[in-house]
Design a protein around this ligand. Sequence first.
Ligand code: ASP
Length: 338
Amino acid sequence: MPSPKIVILGTGGTIAGQADASTQGVGYRAGQITVEGLIGAVPDLPQIAAGRTGAVLQAQQLAQIDSKDMDWSVWRSLLQAVSEGLADASVQALLITHGTDTLEETAWLLHAVLQPHKPVVLTCAMRPATSLQADGPQNLRDAVAVAAAGRAGVWVVAAGEVHAASEVLKVHPYRLNALRSYEGGPCACVEEGLVRWLVSEPVMQQAWTPEQLQALLARHDLPWVEVLQSGALQGRRAVHALLAAGVQGLVIEATGNATVHLDLQRALNAARSQGVKVWRSTRCLEGRPVGQGVVAENADDAIAARLAVAVDAQELDCVLLPPSKARVAMMLELARNS
Ligand code: ASP
């Protein structure tokens, strides 16, 4: 029987970045080195991949971008490639090299749409490959160890930690351990090539059906959703401008326990009555809105919760996701229902 495969999809990022000098940790060019080049920089990667199943590595360059510039065409190729890998019995796991800037959104997209029954592991770096402090090779080695370990789900591996797609956020612009799980700690640690899980196996929800996925991949773009912050002096003008420009959904990065400035709230109520979807999230970095009645972990649950709970017509729906992921969740919900 042929060896199972761990497929590594390269998309660019700092992990594939190059600077003019090895002392340069900023001001480099992201997305320069091929995925084969990244694999070649880790001497024992084939042995780590082989693990208990004898898996072999297979590389595919899907894109070569700075992830701050992530667009629908790269997301679409990624969804396509990962869903094909999940359906291919010879593929044991998939791994994606990615920039850190929008990693939390890509991880959420793959998690929300695919609910994979195999490991889908994303990894990244905070220093370019040319740096004295290059963290990409170790992160890639750890990510392959997580892929070989076989636990299903979308995982983000960096700085020796494994984060769940639903929890991970970029919390620092420079330090090597720039990613953190929203409120809680990581799901696992990788130590000398061994994965030590700190949480039990996650329960998968319903993935999108093949028909829904095909309809999503056939789209030229995702619905337009913006994040707007509520805060001191925050009024209605941004809402009016966005409505005039045709925005389809708004995620409010609300204050504290998902509270919204009165003037903004009035404009949002009017927007909602015009058919624009509006959700509240919180701008607090830790914790989640409490006692809001209409709260949910993800878009599907949000719909169920809205049906189940009688709400004040003035109250805006509230999600338990941070704004970056809530925006992706809303784009997906609008896409699925249009
Ligand atoms: N701007 C880079 C990117 O997201 C940052 C990184 O990879 O750390 O691609």
